[in-house]
Design a protein around this ligand. Structure first.
Ligand SMILES: *[C@@H]1O[C@H](CO)[C@@H](O)[C@H](O)[C@H]1NC(C)=O
Ligand SMILES: *[C@@H]1O[C@H](CO)[C@@H](O)[C@H](O)[C@H]1NC(C)=O
Ligand SMILES: *[C@@H]1O[C@H](CO)[C@@H](O)[C@H](O)[C@H]1NC(C)=O
Ligand SMILES: *[C@@H]1O[C@H](CO)[C@@H](O)[C@H](O)[C@H]1NC(C)=O
Length: 507
């Protein structure tokens, strides 16, 4: 599957061969004799992560020690901080063997850099780019003041407790104002009611702004949503200046700068937090550009992006207005079969998963697309990190993985499914922001579209439940306990909870 599909760049590099300088020196801490290598040596892009129990390994020491064996410092792409403890580089198999001998046995995890892909599908019904009107009708109403409008009674937040219920939001925790948006997408309406949307038929045009969204006016204010994607059209009127692009992987910056050339990142950011199409209309949207115009990228760049997010999150924590960090991921990669067969092999987990666990341990809430392969989501990375039991580590289970559903609460036929789907969310006929102008829109399908609805929902809930700011497992429980249960049709797997994400605002 995709894990074998290194990008064309990688394939090119991997097939490039070159003779190394060959001579072997005494290697420090050498414990075994490396087998003789035939010439020429093969070069590949790898991610390296030190797993020593004796604390972090000094990466720059290791790299200097490798230079006499032909390692070229210009082949280093990233050196990761102590939380990741590793690096990525183009390296010969000869140097890889030397490196293995330098550290204690099993002290380094070595993984080929893999291609990650966006989770957007072609939408056969899509009206490509349509114009939006510039005004959004959002009416607000003070909570607790009786008005003649029947909807003002619907201010209580209710939950349908599961057997393992852990959290209930007391109504007094709400920030104070109900807001209604009367020109919303179907997705926004769906996540603000527990029950399916009534009155839609197969003839109803659903890619229109003819639905209604009900939310607490706090709307994710003070929360940072990091969108690891293809960049963001920050000039779009619907971001109202709240969107920035803060990090661009060097490799992609060299090719295409910081702009979103493909639209995927702008679309997902729009569902998470744009004024008209978004769930958390007041959140800060921080673009981390690690995917290219075609929606593909490298796992090493994604790692570097996650590391940036951890650094930024640490800085932001001291700001009085800060209310939490959410990481929205609409990409991934199917797992190799041996890891699928043995989920307890967490030590062997892909380096990217280790990076995500490090982010979760910092209190960063992670939401990911479940994948578009119409298969068990436990066969997908990072989706499998949502497995309820975890994979041997506390933060392995904290990821929220999101499947795609349509307006009738049917699983989208492409969406992954099963126990590793935390919840479903709108992921078909999703209207959101796009590239090309400051008011462009596009209708997209994919778990790529479903995940940012839930990323926005997490940001929104952080506004309502500030006590969960750093409690990633608590937030995941809240999402699951609030969701409509057993609603999703077209899921054959009994271990799938068939949840639909819901913001808990009654009405
Ligand atoms: C790693 O070692 C180099 C010298 O070899 C030193 O300058 C650097 O500070 C060390 N880094 C850490 C994180 O200890
Ligand atoms: C979008 O706006 C342009 C310029 O106002 C107009 O020519 C075009 O027909 C509009 N497209 C749609 C789908 O409304
Ligand atoms: C969208 O923006 C374009 C370019 O600024 C403009 O021509 C068009 O009228 C706008 N459409 C709407 C509906 O605002
Ligand atoms: C994107 O896809 C197009 C069409 O297949 C291709 O020509 C182009 O090289 C790709 N760009 C990147 C950066 O991969």
């Amino acid at each position: 599957m995709h894990i074998d599909l290194l990008s064309s760049l990688l394939l090119l590099l991997a097939s490039t061969t070159a003779a190394h300088n060959g001579h072997r020196h005494q290697v420090p801490h050498r414990t075994k004799t490396a087998p003789a290598k035939p010439h020429p040596t093969k070069f590949s892009h790898y991610l390296f992560r030190f797993t020593s129990a004796n604390g972090p390994v000094n990466t720059s020491d290791i790299l200097s020690s490798l230079q006499p064996y032909g390692f070229d410092m210009s082949h280093l792409s990233h050196t990761f901080s102590e939380s990741m403890n590793g690096f990525s580089a183009l390296m010969s198999d000869h140097c890889v063997d030397i490196l293995k001998d330098m550290v204690t046995p099993n002290g380094v995890q070595i993984e080929p850099v893999v291609t990650i892909k966006r989770r957007m599908q072609p939408n056969p019904r899509a009206t490509t780019t349509v114009n939006a009107t510039r005004t959004t009708a959002i009416s607000t109403r003070t909570r607790g003041h009786s008005t003649t409008d029947a909807r003002s009674d619907s201010r209580l937040v209710r939950f349908e407790p599961a057997a393992d219920v852990m959290f209930v939001i007391p109504p007094e925790r709400l920030q104070g104002r109900d807001a209604w948006q009367d020109d919303a997408t179907w997705g926004l309406q769906r996540i603000s009611q527990r029950d399916p949307i009534a009155g839609v038929t197969p003839e109803t045009p659903v890619d229109t702004l003819s639905f209604r969204y009900h939310f607490d006016e706090s709307a994710g204010e003070g929360v940072d949503i990091y969108v690891l994607d293809s960049g963001i059209n920050t000039e779009h009127v619907d971001f109202g200046g709240r969107a920035t692009v803060e990090y661009v992987s060097k490799r992609i910056a060299d090719l295409e700068g910081s702009a979103d050339l493909g639209g995927h990142g702008t679309h997902t950011a729009g569902s998470a937090g744009s004024t008209r199409y978004g769930v958390a209309k007041k959140a800060n949207i921080r673009g981390i550009k690690i995917l290219n115009v075609n929606g593909t990228g490298l796992s090493s760049d994604a790692m570097a992006g996650i590391e940036y997010v951890i650094k930024r999150h640490r800085e932001r924590r001291s700001s009085p207005s800060f209310r939490g960090s959410v990481l929205s991921l609409s990409f991934g990669v199917p797992l190799p079969p041996d890891l699928v067969a043995n989920p307890s092999l967490i030590a062997e987990a892909p380096v990217l998963e280790k990076g995500l666990m490090a982010a979760a341990a910092e209190g960063i809430h992670i939401v990911t697309a479940a994948g578009n392969e119409n298969m068990d989501a436990c066969r997908d990375s990072p989706s499998r990190l949502s497995r309820e039991t975890g994979l041997g580590g506390k933060y392995a289970a904290s990821v929220i993985s999101v499947g795609a559903a349509d307006v009738f609460d049917r699983r989208a036929d492409f969406s992954n499914w099963g126990r590793c789907v935390t919840t479903y969310a709108p992921g078909q006929d999703v209207l959101s922001t796009w590239i090309g102008s400051d008011n462009a829109t596009h209708v997209g399908d994919g778990t790529s579209m479903a995940a940012p609805h839930v990323a926005g929902l997490v940001a929104y809930l952080l506004g309502v439940r500030p006590d969960l700011r750093d409690d990633v497992l608590g937030m995941k429980n809240l999402i699951m306990n609030t969701a409509g249960k057993g609603v999703i049709q077209n899921v054959a797997d009994d271990s799938d909870r068939k949840l639909v994400a819901y913001n808990g605002v009654a009405g």
